[in-house]
Design a protein around this ligand. Structure first.
Ligand code: FES
Ligand SMILES: [Fe+2]
Length: 440
């Protein structure tokens, strides 16, 4: 009995510690994480999916249903999807008369929710007394963004990756068949790049694109809090005391800024990812792949992504039914996971494999999970701030705060004696690095 008593009580203690952040997986309206995520702009659609004259889009985000549409003047609007008259689906609506018209009884709504017309209504004044719920929207980085929170929307954050246009930016998304949090935590787990994503760099082109990730030496992670999240330093020892230092970021509450697809384009490339809940068991993984000055090889990227997606959708062809087509022979021939070279596919599959909602109580976190632990704490603190009526970390209210030169993303060899702080300071003060974009 005595021999069992101590481990059991220890286990019970750690189990309660592990379960502490479980509630962050629920993002329905009114939940702590749901209220937290609603304090930030979230991507909801590709701009290409809402062209002028296009059909209204039915959007599900955090268990909430929205209709996104452009009126006949090109203005973008986002309203609750159910008509306020008798709850008809406005995604079936007609675009006309300066708004979206419900097809059931013809009520017409402007992008700001104002009722413009009620053709069968006896009272001409009723339409001035009611209003559809409308949400602020913003277009940036090839996506449409929404603010679902209360009060004045914060400034749209000027993250470097969202400044790109033309050949400097590639925007896409992947459907994720699991909760948002485990997907987001995969982005701040730099250790896995040396394992999960390890592929044979047989060609010069592959080396240029992926070389920075494939150093298989045992990496070490350290972190520090920033005003917008957590900065991660992943260092791999090289000869003569030098180290390969990779700097990436957790960005509150469901984004990250990491080394990207810059390949041989050098400094100035980064990728931002958002994992946006559709509901508690599904999410969209958004990718904003950016290079400040170099032109991305978009054709290669698109070709690889297209080959992995069901035609005309952002869903992966691979399914769990056949172990995602895992090719075990290829696992000994250059593909660690046995599922080809596409990093996004690796990430989506591996986080889905953790379960629809990852059971944190079954985890055994280790020293290399330090960033995940800190990020969960920041989310926890953010939810607390919201419950107390304060802005959580990373919400931008002033133009001074809307300068993200401190969102440093870089992979560089540093000499013996050089420090991680010196590297960050060098990059964030490098005027050329943050110079305006070259022409698209
Ligand atoms: S239900 Fe929409 S106008 Fe009646
Ligand atoms: Fe990954």
């Amino acid at each position: 009995m005595a021999t069992n008593a101590t481990p059991q009580s220890g286990e019970a203690r750690s189990s309660s510690a592990r379960a502490r952040y479980q509630y962050l997986t629920d993002t329905n309206a009114g939940s702590p994480a749901g209220e937290l995520l609603r304090r930030y702009w979230q991507p909801i659609a590709l701009q290409a999916d809402v062209p002028p004259g296009g059909a209204p889009q039915a959007i599900r985000i955090m268990g909430q249903d929205i209709v996104l549409f452009r009126d006949d003047k090109g203005n973008l609007g986002a309203l609750d999807r159910k008509c306020i008259h008798r709850c008809t689906d406005l995604a079936l609506g007609r675009i006309e008369g300066g708004g979206i018209r419900c097809p059931y009884h013809g009520w017409l709504f402007a992008v700001d929710g104002k009722v413009l017309d009620q053709p069968a209504e006896a009272s001409a004044r009723l339409k001035d007394r009611i209003r559809a719920k409308a949400y602020p929207v913003h277009e940036a980085g090839g996506a449409v963004w929404i603010y679902l929170g209360p009060g004045q929307a914060p400034l749209f954050p000027k993250y470097p990756a969202l400044q790109g246009t033309g050949a400097h930016l590639y925007t896409c998304r992947w459907f994720g068949d699991c909760n948002w949090l485990q997907a987001s935590e995969g982005n701040i787990d730099p250790i896995h790049t040396s394992y999960l994503h390890q592929i044979d760099l047989g060609t010069a082109e592959m080396k240029a694109r992926w070389g920075a990730f494939s150093v298989a030496a045992r990496p070490q992670v350290s972190i520090e809090e920033t005003r917008f999240g957590v900065r991660l330093y992943t260092s791999r020892a090289l000869e003569n005391g030098a180290a390969s230092m990779r700097v990436t970021n957790f960005v509150m509450p469901n984004a990250c800024a990491v080394g990207g697809f810059e390949g041989d384009l050098g400094h100035g490339g980064l990728t931002m990812l958002w994992d946006v809940p559709i509901d508690n068991e599904h999410h969209w993984r958004w990718e904003f792949i950016y290079h400040r000055s170099g032109k991305l090889n978009k054709a290669t990227l698109e070709e690889q992504y297209r080959s992995e997606k069901i035609a005309g959708t952002d869903r992966m062809k691979r399914t769990s039914a056949d172990h995602y087509g895992q090719d075990r022979a290829s696992m000994n021939a250059g593909y660690y996971l046995g599922m080809g070279p596409c990093f996004s596919v690796h990430d989506v599959i591996i986080t889905q494999s953790q379960g629809a909602i990852h059971a944190q109580e079954n985890e055994h976190l280790s020293s290399s999970d330090i960033a995940i632990v800190r990020a969960r704490r920041m989310l926890d603190e953010g939810a607390k701030a919201v419950s107390e009526g304060r802005d959580p970390a990373g919400v931008v209210r002033t133009t001074e705060a809307n300068d993200f030169r401190d969102m440093v993303v870089v992979t560089e060899t540093i000499a013996a004696g050089d420090t991680r702080e010196a590297l960050v300071s060098r990059v964030s003060n490098d005027r050329d690095f943050f110079a305006p974009l070259q022409s698209p």
